[in-house]
Design a binder for this molecule. Structure first.
Ligand code: NDP
Length: 307
């Protein structure tokens, strides 16, 4: 069985940054990228708030460059997903999606978070047939059509304004009478003529036929039920940390985020570190994920060197 000194799980800003630092510290990191190399950022277009890019930067280029930097410094970055973890004793043991097994003296978990869905059977039925959790990935298919975005946060507003540039009409389905999004985002939404906010509404059912989504049935707080006619139904209601594999072994909070010790990346198991969105329910931004990947590599270095 292959024995690795430092395993990094996850190919987002946290994982790649951890790989950059760990390579420079000669820890011979092996990184498995999982199913979404580049992480959540690759589902967006231009990143304007990552420092160092006065004109903004294409998200895929940013992630590709982080990866290339880690590889140049010696990180062994591999395609593949860890499907099973045993953190009961050291060396820790892992199984990959191809069935291979490996051992690691230490591990940095940087598996990020995944989009949440409402949980409606009709939503599941039409997933990939008009239901999507990524407007920037799938918006192109709805050019000149009518769509809806569910949610009232920054993601919903950002996705709605993006879609408004492609689509004829964009509804935002908001369950309360306020948006949670930042003032700047709210102003953008208000200034976009083809966006209509449907306040106090919950989705009862996604409507469709053999060809995909045709509408949504909404329930307003006052009890009114009404249908809207749409071709695309986009979810933007937050994220779920990708910690399920590790919950049996590590302390997690009520939402499933991995608990880390103070400002460090140390988890409840010695030699296991967590970085990025999988341990951060609050400051979920790429630059924060990258910074926590750096911390995790420094913590892993101390652990491996016994200092
Ligand atoms: P948020 O948690 O901020 O917002 C989720 C939204 O979805 C809320 O409006 C919430 O409603 C709504 N919601 C949750 N569950 C349901 C449900 N079952 N039915 C209907 N509506 C539901 O998540 P975001 O993904 O928007 O943002 C995550 C973080 O990333 C935030 O900190 C955000 O500021 C940041 N971000 C920043 C961006 C930027 O700066 N460019 C872009 C995108 C995100 P309610 O308000 O009622 O709880």
């Amino acid at each position: 069985m292959e024995r690795i000194r430092l395993l990094i799980i996850g190919g987002g800003p946290a994982g790649y940054t951890a790989a950059i630092y760990a390579s420079r510290a000669a820890l011979a990191p092996v990184l498995y990228e999982g199913m979404e190399p580049g992480g959540q950022l690759t589902t967006t277009t231009v990143v304007e708030n990552y420092p160092g890019f006065p004109e903004g930067v294409d998200a895929n280029k940013l992630m590709g460059d982080m990866r290339a930097q880690a590889v140049r410094l010696g990180a062994d970055i591999r395609r593949g997903t860890v499907v099973k973890a045993d953190l009961s004793s050291r060396p820790f043991r892992f199984t990959l999606d191809g069935g291979e097994e490996l051992e690691a003296e230490s591990v940095i978990i940087a598996t990020g978070a995944a989009a949440k869905y409402l949980g409606l059977p009709s939503e599941r039925k039409f997933r990939g047939m008009g239901v999507s959790a990524c407007a920037t990935c799938d918006g192109f298919f709805y050019r000149k059509k009518d769509v809806a975005v569910v949610g009232g946060g920054d993601t919903a507003c950002e996705e709605a304004t993006y879609l408004a540039g492609l689509c004829r009409k964009v509804y935002i389905i908001v369950r309360r009478d306020v948006l949670r999004a930042s003032k700047a985002m709210q102003q953008k939404v208000a200034a976009t003529p083809n966006i209509e906010v449907l306040w106090n509404c919950n989705t009862q059912e996604v409507l469709g036929d053999d060809f995909g989504v045709t509408g949504a049935r909404l329930l307003r707080k006052d009890g009114t039920v009404f249908d809207i006619s749409i071709d695309g139904f986009f979810l933007a209601i937050g994220h779920h940390p990708n910690s399920d594999l590790f919950k049996e072994w590590l302390e997690t909070d009520s939402l499933g985020y991995i608990v880390t010790d103070g400002k460090s990346s140390r988890t409840s198991v010695e030699g296991v570190f967590a970085a990025g969105d999988v341990q951060d329910p609050t400051y979920r931004q790429a630059v924060n994920a990258a910074a926590s990947g750096c911390r995790a590599a420094l913590d892993a270095e101390k652990f491996l060197l016994g200092i």
